[in-house]
Design a protein around this ligand. Structure first.
Ligand code: NAD
Length: 308
């Protein structure tokens, strides 16, 4: 496992981070013990950053992650969670709510401090409020020692850039946009860096689309996108490969981001993902899959009313 500094923060993060959305059953039900084993397997493999949110499984992901980490030396891992999103259409970026949200997350995660707190899916909020109210409220919590760093997350890159340039946040998390299918984050990394923010690259498997199993029903991608991804999975299999493996290897090695967050609730997947990173990417397979995905290359979806 390689480690990189996250922007200008003092966080040294593993190149592969643990995404805890699946611990909120967002990708289907899982056995509780598998969730615990996935977290412990990741720690053993050197993964030191865990990303979660109150929104995932209506707080159940935070509770599951907190339970899995109970008894683990707090100095051996970094916790990132979020504020502002609490349901599909339930957003509240007010100072009062985000302060309460952090207190609730601390309790669920069984800790007295968060290493990173992020405004969740900012395209659903008002940029003026995020800049003028939410981030300052989180900076106040930083002064009190409850949070180490402050960041933003979301899908439309221009919205992330607009806020990053004004709010002077420590990190920007972008998802599904440094993958085999969509590389638009590449054009923005330098901008975020110039704003002083470290970049977190999340969802290298395009929220399940770039796997044999395919994406969950709630995935916002188009029919054409999913059809092409399914073709790419078939192609990989026919050529003796695995689409998830290629997607993970590509995303982690191609992005200049400090870390790539992959979601899982299974110890086997964690083991596979870590092992895949130690192998060189199959360049011939990569070219074949890139050709297959070309018709849907950089095709996204709108989020929060902003075209993506
Ligand atoms: P992902 O692209 O990481 O894909 C997750 C899916 O891939 C799950 O179904 C998982 O079971 C499957 N998978 C993992 N390893 C596999 C393997 N070896 N073989 C086959 N399938 C495998 O999508 P994600 O979980 O949505 O994104 C990663 C994390 O990034 C999230 O859990 C979350 O922490 C973060 N994230 C944040 C935001 C945001 O803040 N707005 C958005 C998306 C993701």
């Amino acid at each position: 496992m390689r480690y990189h500094r996250l922007g200008h923060t003092d966080l040294i993060v593993s190149e592969l981070a643990f995404g805890a959305a699946p611990l909120g059953s967002m990708f289907g039900v899982f056995a509780e013990q598998d969730g615990v084993d996935a977290v412990r397997t990741a720690l053993d493999a050197g993964v030191n950053l865990f990303d979660v949110a109150p929104y995932y499984g209506a707080t159940t992901a935070e509770t599951a992650l907190g339970d899995a980490l109970r008894g683990v030396d707090r100095g051996t891992y970094l916790l990132a969670t979020k504020v502002g999103r609490y349901g599909l259409a339930d957003f509240d970026f007010s100072a009062q709510r985000v302060r309460r949200s952090v207190t609730e997350s601390l309790r669920r995660l069984g800790t007295d401090h968060l290493d990173l707190i992020q405004c969740h899916d900012i395209e659903f909020g008002s940029p003026a409020q995020i800049v003028g109210e939410t981030v300052p409220a989180l900076r106040a919590l930083q002064t009190e020692g409850l949070v180490g760093h402050v960041g933003i997350t979301g899908y439309p890159l221009p919205t992330l850039a607009h806020v990053a340039a004004r709010a002077h946040v420590d990190t920007v998390l972008s998802y599904c946009q440094y993958t085999l299918q969509d590389r638009r984050l590449a054009a923005w990394e330098e901008y975020f860096t110039a704003c002083g923010a470290g970049v977190v690259n999340a969802a290298p498997l395009a929220m399940g689309a770039l796997t044999r199993q395919g994406a969950p029903d709630w995935h916002p991608g188009s029919f054409a996108l999913h059809a092409r991804c399914a073709e790419a999975a078939d192609l990989c299999e026919a050529l003796g490969g695995d689409l998830a493996k290629l997607a993970l290897q590509f995303s982690v090695t191609a992005t200049p981001a400090a870390t790539t967050v992959v979601g899982t609730s299974s110890p086997d997947e964690v083991r596979r993902n870590v092992a895949w990173l130690a192998e060189p990417i199959d360049q011939e397979l990569l070219r074949a899959v890139e050709t297959c995905l070309e018709p849907v290359r950089d095709r996204g979806w709108s989020s929060g009313g902003v075209a993506g």
